[in-house]
Design a protein around this ligand. Structure first.
Ligand code: G4P
Length: 286
């Protein structure tokens, strides 16, 4: 089954980002540290042009630290880009963002020259959480509504920096089904657009290849099966996800695996690594 998911208002949201861009000095792009490319919108590079950009690798608490380190190095090789992993609810960690904005736009943020910042990203990556933490109170909209309300408000961070109070909303590129599956595994895709078992199979296959030890630890399976279907069956058996007649209820087992993975119960896990997109394109014969 393919995943098809387009949050509403997308054309309007893009227009609003384009309209806001001329007055923005620094773009803060929030991406999910577990899947930094799949949770980005490739169009943003074009929309922001040469404006400095901070890539916030959010949900760092859930991502594999070694892989995140590789992603930071990957992004910082790009012109005018700095990358920081953080947990958006964490005030001290979020506080690095304004500091970095000042470094990226040193001529702004002085009397008479406000430094204007906008947070941009796809739904569910933590844009509103970051804005709320920076603002120090609950103000940003939460959810996948379009960017920059009809009456844009700026939050004065009181250090020469003004932050747009609603995030710029873009959408992920899910024409690439590997991206779509990673987004679904992370929980970023609406449940109505995905089949749990299908998505859990994708996750199980990846975990078997990349994080086998975590599966053994969490589900106490000494000899892991060699395929995703059998793994979900085994998890279901061990966790009592059983239907009438004692057969494994695969749907419940799939939901359990995804829920525990998203909650970080298997440990900090990243769903993609730098260079993986190239390997996947080669494998697909592109
Ligand atoms: P958005 O504006 O980009 O759409 O995202 P939003 O801030 O609404 O955050 C989406 C979900 O991600 C929220 O969870 C939020 O709590 C969670 N989140 C944001 N930042 C982090 C982070 O650094 N680490 C972790 N682990 N989670 C983060 P939710 O379950 O949808 O809402 P709630 O129950 O937390 O309110």
């Amino acid at each position: 089954m393919s995943i098809e998911w387009y949050p509403g208002h997308m054309a309007k949201a893009k227009r609003q980002v384009i309209e806001a861009m001329p007055i923005i000095d620094v773009v803060v792009e929030v991406i999910d540290a577990r899947l930094p490319l799949s949770s980005a919108n490739p169009m943003l590079e074009k929309l922001r042009g040469v404006k400095p950009c901070i890539k916030v690798l959010n949900k760092n608490d859930l991502a594999d630290p070694l892989v995140t380190k590789a992603w930071v190095e990957y992004f910082e090789r790009q012109d005018n880009v700095r990358a920081i992993p953080l947990e958006a609810k964490h005030r001290k960690e979020a506080g690095q963002v304004p500091q970095l904005c000042r470094r990226l736009a040193p001529t702004r943020g002085v009397p008479g020259k406000t430094l204007r910042v906008m947070v941009i990203g796809i739904p569910n990556v933590g844009k509103s959480t970051l804005i709320n933490t920076l603002a120090g109170k609950k103000m940003a909209r939460v959810g996948d509504r379009p960017a920059i309300t009809t009456c844009p408000q700026q939050i004065d961070l009181r250090n020469g920096i003004h932050l747009a109070d609603t995030p710029g909303l873009l959408w992920p590129d899910i024409r690439n089904q590997n991206n779509a599956y990673r987004l679904a595994v992370s929980g970023a895709i609406g449940e109505s657009a995905m089949d749990y078992h299908d998505v859990a199979l994708f996750a199980a296959d990846y975990l078997l290849k990349r994080y086998a030890g975590r599966l053994t630890n969490r589900y106490k399976i000494e000899e892991l099966p060699d395929n995703a279907t059998a793994l979900i069956e085994e998890i279901g058996r061990r966790r009592g996800c059983l239907a009438a007649g004692g057969v494994v209820d695969r749907q419940r087992a799939a939901e359990l695996l995804l829920r525990e993975l998203r909650a970080g119960l298997l440990g900090r896990i990243s769903l993609e690594e730098p260079g993986q997109d190239v390997m996947e394109a080669l494998a697909a014969g592109e």
